[in-house]
Design a protein around this ligand. Structure first.
Ligand SMILES: O=C(CO)COP(=O)(O)O
Length: 224
């Protein structure tokens, strides 16, 4: 695939529709739509699916979290190098549903970079977006928590948070890509987010819980 960084990333979260056979059909749908549209689509499945997904589908695969640890005596932790070895391209860090301290965000970004993983630091407001830019991740994903899973699009309900996050981030480091997320489910939402300055979108329920994920994915890429 020509591009390195996806425009659309689907977070499978821990939805019952997001693992096993169903995860495979979402990944296949993402691959179909990505190939026909030329829009690079990434997926963030559960840990157990990172290896099979990266083996079977020519898509960038992201972990939903990693821990800020080095290899050694840690039990029940997620090691960046192991995630990379399993085939992941990158990782989310500090998702609203997996919040970290500032020190842990810093440590996780460092661990991910050392393991050659792309970094997507999630933020909940403009100030946090500006602060996260100091870590120079590949992406910052702005997602207002109150709109996550609501079905109400951030691009229409809170356009300022996208615009102002983009400004705050790019002022610090213009090479960081900004994703917008929360309630995104149509091509119109994606178009609006991009018009507001975002480089792409991060979404979950709109695709993962859809009766027909491929139809939703086709809509998402339709206005790019
Ligand atoms: O948290 C999100 C993606 O990481 C957004 O979730 P929804 O797309 O379900 O609102």
């Amino acid at each position: 695939m020509p591009e390195k960084f996806p425009t659309i990333i689907i977070n499978f979260k821990a939805y019952k529709e997001g693992y096993g056979h169903r995860a495979h059909s979402i990944a296949q749908a993402a691959l179909n739509v990505s190939m026909e549209s030329g829009v690079l689509i990434g997926i963030a499945p559960g840990y157990m699916d990172i290896h099979p997904m990266s083996n079977h589908y020519n898509l960038p695969v992201y972990a939903q979290h990693i821990d800020a640890i080095n290899p050694g005596a840690h039990t029940g932790h997620i090691l960046a190098g192991a995630v990379r070895e399993a085939g992941a391209t990158g990782t989310l860090i500090n998702h609203s549903e997996r919040r970290l301290t500032l020190a842990d965000i810093s440590g996780s970004v460092k661990a991910a970079k050392e393991a050659n993983l792309q970094t997507i630091v999630c933020t909940n407001d403009i100030l946090t977006s500006a602060a996260a830019a100091s870590f120079s991740p590949d992406f910052i994903a702005i997602e207002p928590p109150e709109l996550i899973g609501s079905g109400i699009s951030v691009a229409t309900a809170d356009p300022e948070i996208i615009e102002n996050s983009v400004t705050a981030v790019k002022e610090k480091n213009s090479s960081i890509r900004v994703l917008a997320g929360a309630g995104i489910s149509t091509g119109e939402c994606v178009k609006r987010a991009i018009e507001l300055g975002a480089d792409g979108v991060l979404l979950a329920s709109g695709v993962v819980k859809a009766d027909d994920p491929e139809k939703v994915l086709r809509s998402l890429v339709s206005k790019i």
